[in-house]
Design a protein. Structure first.
Ligand code: 5GP
Length: 192
C-alpha cells in the first residue's frame, strides 16, 4: 500500500533491536484517514470470505481492526493483556511474549463473543516473530472457530513471523512489507 509506505518513510524512526517507531500515525497518535484507508484495503482483500468477526490484541491493533470492521460490517473483539488471572473459566487464554517489551503476557477473550461457527479475520499492527498472531491462533483452536486469514499493517519480513504463518497454510495479507531496517534505513520489499 503506497500511501502507507510513504507515511512510514516520512514519519517512521528506526530504533535499536529492529524496532520501527510509528507513534506519529499508528502507535500513539493515530491518523484516522490513514486508518480508514487501511480498513478499506483489508475489507477489499477479505470481501469474499464471509468474515463474521475480527479479532486483534489491545491496544495498537484496535485502530486498524475497528476500521476494517466498520467496512466489513462485523464486530471487532480485542484480546486483553493480563499479567495473571485466577478466574479464567469464562475466558479463552493464551501466552504471548511481547516483542517490544520482552515480557510475557496472557491474552484473554471472553468466551461469550466467539463461537465455533465464526469465520474470523485476525488483524494486528505489526508482525515480527508472530507471537501475537500465534496467541490468537491458540484461542481459535480452543474456541474451534475458523481463521479466514491474517491482516497485518506492517510486516517486518526479515523476522520469522510471516513465514511461520504461511507455513501453517494460513492466508497472510500485509499492507507494508519491510525487507530491512539495517543502518537505520527502512527498505521495503516492494523496492526490489
Ligand atoms: P510479534 O508478536 O509478531 O513478535 O510482534 C508483534 C507485536 O509486537 C505487535 O503487536 C506490536 O505491538 C509489537 N511490535 C513488533 N515489532 C514492532 C516494531 O518494530 N514496532 C512497533 N511499534 N511495534 C512492534
Amino acid at each position: 500500500m503506497k500511501e502507507l509506505e510513504e507515511r512510514i518513510k516520512a514519519d517512521g524512526t528506526v530504533l535499536s533491536g529492529d524496532v520501527l517507531k510509528v507513534d506519529q500515525f499508528l502507535n500513539h497518535q493515530v491518523d484516522p484517514d490513514l486508518m480508514f484507508a487501511i480498513g478499506q484495503r483489508f475489507a477489499q482483500l477479505f470481501a469474499d470470505n464471509n468474515i463474521t468477526k475480527i479479532i486483534t490484541v489491545e491496544s495498537s491493533g484496535i485502530a486498524p481492526a475497528i476500521m476494517t470492521g466498520l467496512q466489513l460490517h462485523v464486530p471487532v473483539i480485542f484480546a486483553r493483556k493480563h499479567k495473571s488471572l485466577t478466574l479464567t473459566d469464562d475466558l479463552y487464554t493464551a501466552n504471548v511474549r511481547s516483542f517490544t517489551k520482552q515480557t510475557d503476557n496472557q491474552i484473554t477473550i471472553s468466551k461469550k463473543y466467539l463461537t465455533s461457527s465464526d469465520n474470523v479475520l485476525i488483524i494486528d499492527d505489526f508482525l515480527a516473530n508472530g507471537q501475537a498472531v500465534f496467541g490468537l491462533l491458540e484461542i481459535a483452536k480452543q474456541a474451534k472457530f475458523n481463521v479466514a486469514g491474517v491482516g497485518i499493517v506492517i510486516e517486518k519480513s526479515f523476522q520469522p513471523g510471516a513465514q511461520k504463518i504461511k507455513d501453517q497454510g494460513i492466508r497472510l495479507e500485509s499492507l507494508a512489507k519491510i525487507k530491512s531496517l539495517a543502518d537505520g534505513q527502512v527498505t521495503f520489499m516492494s523496492a526490489e
